[in-house]
Design a protein. Structure first.
Length: 297
């Protein structure tokens, strides 16, 4: 019998939203593994379900590290599939079943599957997500094709992603040196470089929050995070672009993207001086191959 474990990473969660996220997935999996990243309020949360366990980390170790703790726990307890989720994602009742069906069909058709994930609707903008795909000449941002039940993507965001456990032996776990931001992009591109394909299933869409808010700049919607996230976004873009196994079109995209965000975040957003300082530090640390948690240097 196939066993699916859900791994949910928390960090100072809104407890009502966390409960809603758990309620949406608990009946869909065999085990829920909550990995808490040193939250100050997690002891106020009652994880009462029998098929759930809470793994507490002593400090904020980053999203990738926490995901790896949950993945390792799942493998140790003989899971066949791992489903990753965030603390504010809400899933349709048949999400995991639908993802499993498509994964198994792809494997039957001879496809080596990396990650397979559901589409999502941003709770800030209420819009269905865009996907990213290397078209052979450049990396393009494309609208989700709702006429297709499933479509290939270069990477899938981590929340709502399903993985067959053996893929972690072939591709590896999440890159904890990135701490946060671009972790899912890095894993997806690494999987593609090793012959695996990633997919998005459009017939099931989760409700998911990207950033703290959305703003419109030059006709394009931009997700806004707290200033420290600007550091990780810039630094990790530089780190990934420098890697030898990076697709040259993605390398160019990451460099261009980091410079565009540098301009946008330092000109149009609030706390501009703080964001500018953190992004300069991000460029510096990326150039010097400094990874891990921001040290405040």
């Amino acid at each position: 019998m196939t066993k699916t474990f859900a791994v949910l990473v928390t960090y100072n969660p809104d407890l009502e939203k966390l409960q809603a996220a758990i309620n949406s997935i608990l009946h869909q999996v065999d085990q829920l593994v909550v990995v808490d990243n040193g939250s100050g309020n997690i002891d106020m949360f009652d994880l009462a379900a029998e098929n759930s366990v809470l793994e507490k980390l002593p400090d904020n170790m980053g999203i990738a590290y926490a995901q790896n703790v949950g993945i390792k726990f799942s493998i140790k307890h003989h899971a066949d599939y791992v489903f990753l989720m965030d603390q504010d994602s809400i899933f349709a009742p048949d999400t995991v079943k639908t993802l499993l069906h498509h994964h198994q069909q792809l494997v039957t058709d001879g496809v080596s599957v990396g990650a397979i994930a559901c589409a999502y609707r941003d709770t800030n903008s209420h819009q269905l997500n865009f996907i990213w795909r290397d078209t052979g000449s450049k990396v393009e941002r494309l609208a989700t094709d709702t006429s297709q039940r499933i479509e290939p993507v270069d990477f899938a965001i981590s929340s709502g992603s399903l993985f067959h456990v053996p893929v972690f032996s072939a591709v590896g776990l999440m890159d904890s040196s990135l701490f946060i931001d671009l972790v899912d992009i890095e894993w997806g591109l690494r999987a593609r470089s090793r012959g695996y394909s990633n997919f998005q299933v459009n017939e099931c869409a989760m409700a998911h929050t990207i950033g703290d808010e959305k703003i419109k700049i030059l006709g394009r919607s931009i997700s806004v995070h707290t200033p420290i996230r600007d550091y990780y976004l810039i630094r990790n873009s530089v780190l990934l672009a420098k890697r030898k196994n990076m697709n040259p079109r993605w390398r160019k995209h990451l460099f261009v993207r980091s410079f565009l965000f540098f301009v946008i975040f330092s000109v149009f957003l609030n706390e501009r001086k703080k964001r500018l300082y953190l992004m300069i530090c991000g460029f510096r640390d990326g150039a010097c191959n400094h990874a891990g948690r921001w040290s405040g240097r």
